[in-house]
Design a protein around this ligand. Structure first.
Ligand SMILES: Nc1ncnc2c1ncn2[C@@H]1O[C@H](COP(=O)(O)OP(=O)(O)OP(=O)(O)O)[C@@H](O)[C@H]1O
Ligand SMILES: [Mg+2]
Length: 425
């Protein structure tokens, strides 16, 4: 078998199609030249640009980091005021509560700071928003969410348009304000951030007052979220609020749903300057109207308000949903009654409540008919039991700033009356 002819050896690359190579070599060279020139130009341009940007950034940094610019931005935030979103759903108008809060937000004479209290879901946040929305000039509003405590001062700073990392707290700055540098550096968070923020806040408050002739207002809503994680930061904020009121520098308004500590807090030094304002429930008539606007039929609306919700928004919202699903008022009340019975049961285990002295029994029954002065309740129930009944997870008693207690809500009144067999007066 003759061997197949060997394939022609591949031509050496430089022997291939010389014309083509020449043309492509030329083009390739030209392209390579152009690319490398462009590359060099680009590198030089980037280098120059970077330099220019760096120089510009240094100038910008110097500008944004200068104390004057940082303070001016915060001052502008106070002057413009916080933007409050519009209320979307059917809105119950509460002119009295809103007028009261407007007085709190713009006091004619700043003598004290204010703690606004009201039961969970009674409409505090909404009423405060209503009071600010019409004219927010001079008012910064901040709401504490369920953030971890260490983030609180940083988030408040954001609401105040203060960027802590853009401000250098020099030793001199701190000394001028009576604070030693190591006092600050050795403090743990969130106190370190809070102290620095509070110093800046004082400066801006002073500028605002000098410029406008009256103090600005800072509202911190839902401070109960802070208190839940330990009272120390809230106390520091209260001390600041008290000092600011003493010096007529800044009107601080704290909003809380946790009245359970107020009788004691009132006795503490920072509370002596606190004025307590209460947002209460809407009237039964308004509540029925609210349910009618939410599509509940008139009969169910009247019974639901009279027997369960009264004028408590959070309950009215829940009822709207449950009635909308076809549940009956009786059925829903039964769920509430069981919750109250459980809460009481937990206390009974500690305190043998059902075997309670007739004094305990009598005052709880008296409370099913209306408010009692705190002294009467403390005497009958003892401070320990009173405190337990006030706790937000128990929700049997509610404290009011006119130094009275009531039962927590309409359904609790009815449940306690049923559980303790209270007779009508
Ligand atoms: N004036 C109003 N008209 C209609 N709905 C309202 C009104 N006020 C409050 N609500 C509704 O009731 C619910 C509770 O209101 P809001 O959050 O203002 O109460 P709150 O007292 O601030 O509650 P919390 O104790 O949880 O902070 C919300 O769903 C809100 O939309
Ligand atoms: Mg609220």
């Amino acid at each position: 078998m003759s061997a197949a002819p060997a394939a022609a050896p591949a031509a050496a690359p430089d022997q291939q199609q010389p014309t083509f190579r020449g043309v492509f070599g030329f083009i390739g060279g030209a392209v390579a030249n152009a690319v490398s020139t462009t590359f060099i130009v680009l590198v030089v341009a980037a280098f120059v640009a970077q330099h220019v940007l760096d120089a510009k950034k240094t100038i910008m940094d110097a500008k944004t980091h200068s104390p004057e610019v940082v303070l001016a931005r915060m001052l502008a935030r106070f002057e413009a005021g916080s933007v409050i979103p519009r209320f979307e759903k059917y809105h119950v108008s509460r002119p009295d509560a809103v007028a009261m809060l407007q007085g709190v937000l713009r006091p004619s004479l700043l003598k004290d700071y204010t703690v606004v209290i009201g039961e969970v879901g009674c409409g505090k946040t909404t009423a405060v928003h209503d009071a600010i929305r019409a004219n927010s000039t001079g008012i910064v509003y901040h709401i504490v969410k369920s953030e971890v405590l260490v983030s609180m001062p940083g988030l408040l700073a954001r609401s105040l348009a203060f960027e802590p990392n853009q401000f250098t707290f020099t030793e001199g700055y701190l000394k001028d304000r009576g604070v030693e540098l190591d006092e600050v550096t050795s403090a743990a968070e969130p106190f370190k951030s809070w102290v620095l923020l509070s110093l800046i806040l004082r400066d801006v408050a002073q500028q605002f007052k000098t410029k406008h002739g009256h103090p600005a207002t800072l509202v911190i809503d839902a401070v109960d979220e802070i208190a839940q994680q330990g009272p120390a930061l809230l106390h520091a904020i209260q001390d600041f609020a008290k000092a600011a009121a003493d010096e007529q520098l800044l009107n601080v308004v704290l909003v809380t749903c946790d009245g359970s500590n107020l009788p004691e807090l009132k006795a503490s030094s920072a509370m002596t300057r606190a004025r307590i304002a209460e947002v209460s429930d809407i009237t039964d008539e308004q509540a029925v109207d609210f349910l009618l606007h939410r599509g509940v039929n008139e009969d169910a609306a009247k019974r639901a308000v009279a027997e369960i919700a009264g004028g408590r928004f959070v309950l009215l919202n829940r009822l709207t949903k449950q009635l909308g699903r076809g549940q009956q008022v009786n059925q829903i009340f039964e769920e509430f009654r069981e919750d109250t019975a459980d809460s009481l049961q937990r206390l009974i285990d500690d305190l043998a409540l059902y075997n309670a002295t007739s004094a305990v029994h009598k005052s709880l029954c008296d409370l099913t008919h209306g408010a009692l002065h705190i002294d009467i309740v403390h005497r009958a129930l003892g401070k320990d039991l009173t405190k337990k009944l006030l706790a937000t997870h128990i929700n049997i008693l509610a404290y009011h700033p006119n130094d009275t207690y009531t039962l927590h809500s309409r359904h609790v009144q009815r449940s306690v009356a049923a559980l303790l067999n209270c007779t009508r007066p």
